[in-house]
Design a protein around this ligand. Sequence first.
Ligand SMILES: [Zn+2]
Length: 241
Amino acid sequence: MNKIRWNAAFVVLTFCACVAVICYAAVKIDTAVTVSDSVSQDKFMIVLDAGHGGMDGGCSTADGKTEKGINLNILLAVRDMGRFWGYNVDATREKDISIHDKGVTGIRNQKVSDMENRLKLFNKYPDSVCVSIHQNTFGDPQFSGAQMFYSDKNANSEQLASIMQKKFVDNLQPENQREIKLCGSELYLCYYCENPAVMVECGFLSNPDEAAKLTDKAYQQKVAFTVFSGINEYVGQFENK
Ligand SMILES: [Zn+2]
């Protein structure tokens, strides 16, 4: 190799080395941004609720599988994803229980106490993101698809519900044309929550095909990831403002 070729080779090698350093630095910067984001997200508190529990099974599939266990499985997976991502996460229940006050007797009184305690937790942390997980049911088994409910107590709840509805369509149910719905006081927790809140009806247990999916552990994980993605996108939009 003559001197000119050596010089050319040196220039090419130097160029390649520079590109490699720039690429490495870019990866390092990207990693740093990711870590920094997860740290800054730490200030966000996610409060999760698994509907029903204990004596209250909620709605059920044709073969008697109750909603409370499905809700809990999804909650536990969302909780773990949230904590892994650097959020603070609290939950109304992490077991198959009612959270009524000790000493309260009678099913009706226990239910009232249980709902009041859930609402206390939803209103406990200012600016927390609150998500209540439920399954739906209807007399006609043909109906299917997730639907989000929100209240006008907090102006941001509608946006949270919209993001969550779109996540279900994008991730799991492209045929789903349901629209988010403003709830009334019959959805106690959702209606009276002062923080941004959404009630996630993941699907219909009265629909045999959807019930088969919703009682499947792998599908529950997908639902959990969808719920977490919705929360994460909602929080991310705030951070970019
Ligand atoms: Zn329910």
